[in-house]
Ligand binder design. Structure first.
Ligand SMILES: Nc1ncnc2c1ncn2[C@@H]1O[C@H](COP(=O)(O)OP(=O)(O)OP(=O)(O)O)[C@@H](O)[C@H]1O
Length: 797
């Protein structure tokens, strides 16, 4: 705490700033509403203000300029409205707590020291000369996060500024009143951080701008590397840092970077809702959020049923008994590897010389163009032309072929039948329908034109009988063409969508015997049990389904053949829980987003999927992705989520994981062993009631699998539990309360208290389950309770 005199001065200053804010807000109020009304008004009356006259060239020109002028006026007003609205909103946001920190800094060579107050956005005094509050993202504010009092410096576009920090102070302000003031000397914010971390869990993640730690600041402000890898222990603030980084980038590059040019890949849909309020709280728009699964499903369309990562992990966790289990696991690992990606790249080259597979084009049970014809045509092109370009040539050829086949088809019986079935009304209707539909298409336009001309003649009384007959003939001809055209339309559409390529066939063809695989892919190493891997993969494909581990390779092959759909709009890609992506997926993302920088956040200690990628070891595929030169690696070891007691325990579960607890004390984890599950559930209900009475309102009962979650949920409800909520992979929103969920869905989120439903050796036994158990336990902030009815898991020592 500071002296009373200092406190008084601080409160006075706070009052002045609050007053200034209030004045400015009041001043802007009418302007903001006024401008909005003006914009709405201009929009409404846009065409009234413009005199449209196109009689002569001059009139036309005048109209054109009048519209342009009106447009310019509108966009100028809109821009000015937006700017004022932004300022108004940021001041409103500042009002209850204008700042959270202050540093006094004396620049070398200057005699005066400057007081720098830091808040969520900037605020200048009435004459616009002095910053009363600096935005936390300004270069000068970075010292607040990076230094304790003493020598300090910060980077500016003009170079490094050095000097002496003489004071560092933190504030807790509520509704314009000082609640707490701390002067810090060593690390920033330990006291404030203690207070913040001691609070209960929220159903939404919070911004951490007031207490960002130095190493987190390095993540937030890193703007040099193409690839930023953050390996951080559970609860070390990776996701938090990532979100503040988005806010920082949007601020620093506000002239050229928009929120929709940033994409965050999150671990599950529920996580999206969990983090969705952080950026708006900081006055920024949310970036785009998706899951990798959603992305795959979008590009694969619904032609095949795609297993999702949660089904895959359920298989891994529950199907150990299956004779195919070990082989599938080997398959998963191989299909996740860089080797497999190279194999596919080589395979595509091989396809350039032989082996392409197509679907013939059929129409009314007849094959119009056979797969063999396509293949012949395809290999007749110059082999020097890239595979995907040759496919485009083939596509053109097919479209031409369809045009001539369409012409021939007009004489077919079925066309006559369709014509005969049209009664007068239908005839007219069909005609006008078809005409409407195709009017825009050039090919048909000629016919329509002809028709219109004929129609004109027909209505002309000077035209004799002969012409009427002529017209009828032509009309029939026209309708025949149109009928066939309508029927051919789906064929053309499929060709345009490359449906003539048999991608499942091509992917399946890869999984043949070892010798063939080697020659198609130039791969020297083939995993053990290759034939069995092949059998499993082909069997799944034959049911029109894809294993999750096959989805990315399948899409990659599809793109090698059809051409890559790159996204050049996205500039920053954030991948949370990066350890759960395979090297293959990372390489795929790099290709897909060629202009994006990547920030990958993860913890190998929480790698629960079989395709996991080691993030930070020297030989990590991630470091190779853009090369060491373009990669920065930051490690976070301090855990902010859990109490020291919980961290001590979780450390023992995963020896070797670098994790240092933040010094916040709490109760030790509790271990309950009961004779049977009924007694265990009764104990859990008792504990739940106690936790709630202690004020914890965000509690999770974590199980290993989805089936176990359901079982726990039903058993507890039967024994009288109240207001439990069962979470499944379909759950979209994250709410407070008592949730029952499998560990893999609890990734990335946290709870006041965690109850591990079954910590027995039967449930967590295999080495591969250690990280899952660790992930479950590290979700707890204040309390961790473990239960078993048998022996404890060997991970509990
Ligand atoms: N500098 C900080 N100030 C205040 N709170 C912080 C800070 N850093 C992290 N936290 C808090 O610690 C908790 C964990 O943070 P976060 O979820 O970002 O960690 P994580 O590394 O992504 O965790 P995990 O990998 O286990 O999901 C959150 O409650 C977050 O608000």
């Amino acid at each position: 705490m500071i002296h009373a005199e200092d406190w008084r001065k601080e409160q006075e200053r706070l009052d002045r700033v609050t007053e200034g804010l209030q004045l400015k807000i009041a001043e802007l109020d009418p302007e903001v509403t006024g401008l909005r009304d003006q914009v709405v008004d201009i929009r409404k009356r846009f065409w009234e203000e413009v005199t449209v006259n196109t009689s002569t060239d001059e009139d036309f020109e005048e109209t054109f300029y009048s519209i342009k002028q009106q447009e310019a006026l509108l966009s100028e007003r809109e821009r000015s409205h937006q700017q004022r609205l932004q300022r108004w909103k940021s001041m409103k946001r500042l009002l209850p707590a204008p700042y959270f920190g202050r540093i006094d800094f004396q620049e070398n060579g200057l005699s005066l020291s400057e007081q720098i107050y830091i808040g969520v956005s900037s605020f200048v005094d009435a004459d616009g000369l002095n910053f009363l509050v600096y935005d936390w993202r300004t270069p000068i504010a970075s010292m607040y996060y990076d230094y304790s009092p003493g020598a300090a410096d910060y980077d500016t576009p003009g170079g490094l500024v050095t000097g002496e920090m003489t004071l560092k102070r933190q504030y807790q302000i509520r509704n314009g009143q000082l609640q707490n003031v701390f002067d810090t000397s060593l690390t920033i914010g330990d006291e404030l951080l203690q207070q913040v971390l001691g609070k209960g869990a929220d159903n939404q993640m919070r911004s951490i701008v007031a207490t960002i730690q130095r190493e987190q600041n390095a993540i937030i402000r890193n703007d040099k590397s193409r690839m930023l890898i953050v390996q951080g222990a559970a609860g070390s603030g990776k996701t938090s840092a990532a979100l503040q980084r988005v806010a920082y980038l949007l601020y620093k590059h506000r002239d050229r970077l928009k929120a929709d040019q940033i994409v965050l890949f999150s671990p599950n849909p529920m996580f999206n809702s969990y983090v969705s309020t952080v950026l708006p709280e900081l006055g920024e728009e949310n970036m785009q959020q998706t899951t990798f699964q959603e992305y795959l499903a979008y590009w694969l369309g619904n032609s095949m049923r795609l297993e999702d990562p949660f089904e895959q992990i359920e298989y891994v966790l529950t199907s150990e008994w299956s004779p195919q289990y070990e082989v599938r696991l080997k398959g998963m690992q191989y299909k996740a590897s860089e080797d497999f990606l190279h194999a596919l790249t080589n395979y595509a080259q091989w396809l350039g010389t032989e082996g392409m597979l197509f679907h013939g084009i059929s129409f009314r049970d007849r094959e119009l163009i056979t797969a063999e014809q396509m293949k012949k045509q395809f290999y007749s092109y110059d082999p020097a032309i890239r595979l995907a370009n040759r496919i485009v040539l083939l596509q053109d050829w097919l479209l031409q072929e369809l045009t001539s086949l369409e012409r021939q088809e007009q004489e077919a019986h079925w066309v006559q039948d369709e014509l005969d079935y049209l009664d007068n009304d239908q005839y007219a209707e069909a005609y006008s329908e078809v005409r409407k539909k195709y009017q825009r298409e050039d090919v048909v336009f000629d016919f329509t034109q002809q028709y219109v001309e004929q129609y004109g003649d027909f209505r002309n009384p000077d035209v004799g009988e002969e012409n009427v007959f002529d017209f009828a003939m032509q009309e029939e001809d026209l309708l025949r063409r149109m009928i066939v055209k309508t029927h051919f339309k789906p064929l053309r559409r499929d060709v345009k969508r490359f449906m003539f390529i048999d991608v499942p066939g091509l992917y399946g063809q890869l999984f043949s015997d070892e010798a063939a695989y080697r020659s198609m892919t130039k791969e020297s190493e083939v995993p053990h049990d290759w034939l069995e891997i092949c059998r499993q993969t082909r069997e799944k494909l034959s049911r029109n389904e894809l294993f999750y581990e096959d989805a990315t390779p399948f899409l990659y092959l599809k793109e090698l053949v059809e051409g890559t759909r790159t996204n050049t709009v996205v500039r920053h890609l954030f991948i949370d829980e990066g350890q759960d992506y395979s090297p293959f997926q990372f390489m795929f993302l790099k290709r897909l987003f060629p202009r994006a920088r990547m920030t990958v956040l993860g913890d190998f200690g929480q790698a629960i999927f079989p395709q996991a990628t080691q993030l930070h070891e020297a030989d990590s595929p991630l470091i190779r992705l853009y090369g060491e030169e373009e990669t920065s690696l930051i490690r976070l070891v301090r855990s902010y989520r859990s109490t020291r007691e919980i961290v001590e325990f979780t450390k023992s579960v995963l020896p070797g994981e670098e994790i240092v607890p933040f010094d916040r004390r709490g109760k030790k984890p509790s271990f309950s062993i009961t004779e049977n599950s009924v007694k265990r559930n009764a104990q859990m209900l008792k504990d739940l009631a106690e936790l709630r009475s202690e004020g914890f309102d965000s509690i999770a009962i974590i199980t290993k699998t989805a089936a176990q979650s359901r079982e726990a949920y039903e058993a507890l409800m039967e024994q009288g539990a109240e207001s439990l909520r069962l979470i499944t992979k379909e759950t979209l929103t994250f709410e407070k309360g008592t949730l029952v969920l499998p560990a893999y869905l609890a990734k990335g989120v946290e709870f006041d208290a965690v109850l591990i439903y079954d910590a027995s050796s039967r449930t967590y036994q295999r080495e591969s389950e250690r990280k899952l158990f660790y992930t479950a336990c590290t979700r707890a902030m204040h309390r961790l309770l473990l239960y078993t009815t048998e022996d404890w898991s060997p991970f509990i020592i």
